[in-house]
Design a protein around this ligand. Structure first.
Ligand SMILES: Cc1ncc(COP(=O)(O)O)c(C=O)c1O
Length: 386
């Protein structure tokens, strides 16, 4: 149905029970394949690494045009393992954004290293490349750009600064599988790329899961050892590692889902376009700012995040109309209690702080019915008296 036809349906015919994310819709579409493959793994009784995980690693590496992929227990562990593989030590400094999920910064702190924050660009919510250079010191050992909400960070200028100072890049692509920067998939631009298969991600498993993409065989080798207690051979330990492996059950589920990922991503992009058209139709441009897609970006819309000065009131209105939304993120990490020891104050990273008070994520999952999008935008229009 066209936007106009949807929009001109009388409100009484639109009575959706809107979900922010409806994982059951996806499950229903692949139920038989999933249950068959899960049963096969159960029959095999091989649960830790093994052929299922190896096959998934090969398939996703090829899909992402990466030389290798090393699966692990979560996106958080992917970051931790990536930092460990690069030899990040206590006292080292790692540059990243304060407007991200806590795991980006937590992984740095867990190794005794110091997170050094750089503010974001307000348009993309990603690390501001102009501000990276001034944050570099003699102790900087890595830079972690985050491809937030599915939009790649502006990597060229970040890579230029990193290269000039011989500092490796770790891409936090947890929210951005399938996203491309200047046509090349994320996860291939730095030393390692870190992905999450948390159920709400564009490619989600049935629990926690993560993956590191890598184009350097020596780093891949180190990662494989690190995720298995630092061991290459049983009861022989080359490094101090950890236990962070993807289960065969999760790998089997992800292998079923991977072939669908491009079409699910396309559906997210279509939904984003439909929102754009609807916001325009309702004349809401002066009230909300829609997500920007820079010329270099293929944005995969893990989130469709708008900005508005009246975020809290709008959210309350939507909630009273049973329309769920989310705030990613309500506070920048430099002001969180866990990182108070770094001594930051309000005002240190103003673009991140402003984003935290203005952002609102709307439902955008692939199976989201168009009439639900109409109901969302119509309710926003109602709030602004349009
Ligand atoms: C930007 C970012 N980094 C890291 C992670 C951590 O991934 P996981 O939840 O799989 O540990 C997430 C998960 O939400 C994330 O959004």
């Amino acid at each position: 149905m066209s936007i106009e036809a949807l929009q001109h349906q009388p409100p009484s015919t639109v009575k959706p029970a809107i979900s922010f994310l409806d994982l059951k819709a996806q499950f229903a579409s692949i139920r038989d394949e999933l249950t068959k493959r899960v049963l096969e793994v159960l029959e095999s009784q091989r649960f830790i690494l093994g052929p299922e995980v190896e096959a998934f690693e090969r398939e996703i590496a090829a899909w992402n045009s990466s030389r290798a992929a090393v699966a692990c227990a979560s996106g958080s562990d992917a970051l931790l393992l990536g930092l460990m593989a690069l030899g990040i030590c206590p006292g080292d400094e790692v540059i990243t954004t304060p407007f991200t999920f806590v795991a980006t910064v937590g992984s740095i702190v867990r190794l005794g290293a110091k997170p050094v924050f750089v503010d974001i660009e307000p348009e993309t919510f990603n690390l501001d490349p102009q501000k990276v250079e001034q944050a570099i010191t003699s102790r900087t050992r890595a830079i972690i750009p985050v491809h937030l909400f599915g939009c790649p960070a502006n990597l060229d200028p970040i890579l230029a600064v990193a290269k000039g100072n011989v500092i490796p890049i770790i891409e936090d692509a947890a929210q951005a599988i399938g996203s491309r920067y200047r046509g090349k998939p994320v996860g291939n631009w730095g030393a390692v790329g870190c992905f999450s298969f948390f159920p709400g991600k564009n490619l989600g498993c049935a629990g926690d899961g993560g993956l590191i993409t890598v184009n350097d065989e020596a780093i891949a080798d180190r990662l494989r050892i690190l995720r298995t207690h630092g061991s290459r051979r049983r009861y022989s330990y080359e490094l101090v590692g950890m236990n962070s492996r993807l289960d065969a059950l999760q790998a089997a589920i992800l292998r079923v889902k991977l072939p669908y990922l491009d079409s699910w991503t396309q559906a997210r992009c279509d939904n984003a376009e439909r929102y754009r058209a609807l916001f325009l139709e309702y004349g809401l441009q002066g009230h909300v700012r829609l997500p920007q897609v820079p010329e270099y970006a293929y944005h995969v819309f893990n989130q469709f995040t708008i900005r508005t000065l009246s975020r809290d009131a709008l959210r309350a209105h939507l909630s009273s109309c049973r329309i769920p939304t989310e705030v990613y993120y309500p506070a920048p990490l430099h002001l969180e209690q866990a990182f108070a020891y770094l001594g930051h104050r309000p005002g240190d990273y103003p673009a991140s702080e402003r984003a935290c008070s203005e952002v609102l994520s709307l439902p955008v999952y692939p199976e989201l019915p168009p009439e639900h999008q109409v109901a969302v935008v119509r309710t926003i229009a109602e709030f602004y008296g349009r």
